[in-house]
Unconditional design. Structure first.
Length: 211
């Protein structure tokens, strides 16, 4: 295959996924469909916080504070249109998700076309659970994708640095404070690291990872 095609094909596959997903969000200025109940409630929280109200005191929902900070920023940059500001935030978050899903596939396959094609095949599977966008799962997915890539590098390539461990911890905390029941990735890998350290009797490594 020609070098130009090797570069162009992955870009096309990823672009197709990216455009389909971000244009499926109801907060898009190109959408004529109203946001769902939870989405509009989250935007209300962002607007209320910008007007001096305190979450969990003046208004309540069981989601984490990081989700409401995201909404607060989105509402602030909406240029008078709250929905557009949220869409901008969604684009940035999904871009992070897409980049790290691709990097994870590359860490496993080391094949750009196969990695990008597999992600393009997931387009419909991503659009459906997003349900029009601006849901807690959507924002948590970005941090899950980052952590998933870092965990993969540790397992597949045995590449571990203090920075990667710190980032794994930070992304886990951010996910917890968006939606606490979405930290299964960290639980599974932490249990694996514990068993691995006991099997190899490498308690120094376990302590380093835990710290």
């Amino acid at each position: 295959m020609k070098p130009k095609l090797k570069v162009a094909i992955p870009i096309i596959f990823l672009a197709v996924n990216f455009l389909f997903v971000i244009l499926s969000f109801k907060s898009s200025p190109f959408s004529n469909v109203l946001n769902e109940h939870d989405s509009t409630m989250f935007m209300y929280f962002g607007k209320a916080m910008n007007n001096g109200m305190t979450p969990y005191v003046d208004m309540f929902d069981h989601k984490g504070i990081v989700l409401f900070w995201i909404q607060q920023i989105g509402v602030s940059i909406g240029f008078g249109n709250f929905s557009t500001g949220i869409w901008i935030i969604e684009i940035l978050f999904y871009l992070v998700t897409l980049v790290f899903l691709y990097k994870t596939c590359m860490a496993i396959t080391e094949n750009k076309i196969a990695s990008s094609f597999s992600i393009m095949l997931l387009t419909g599977a991503m659009v459906i659970p997003f349900s029009g966008g601006n849901y807690s799962e959507e924002f948590a997915l970005s941090f899950i994708a980052v952590a998933g890539y870092l965990f993969t590098k540790i397992l597949v390539h045995e590449k571990q640095s203090k920075l990667s461990l710190v980032l794994i911890g930070i992304t886990g905390a951010l996910t917890f404070f968006i939606r606490s029941n979405m930290v299964a990735l960290w639980l599974v890998f932490c249990i694996y690291f514990i068993f691995e350290s006991f099997r190899e009797k490498n308690f120094k490594l376990l302590f380093e990872r835990a710290l």
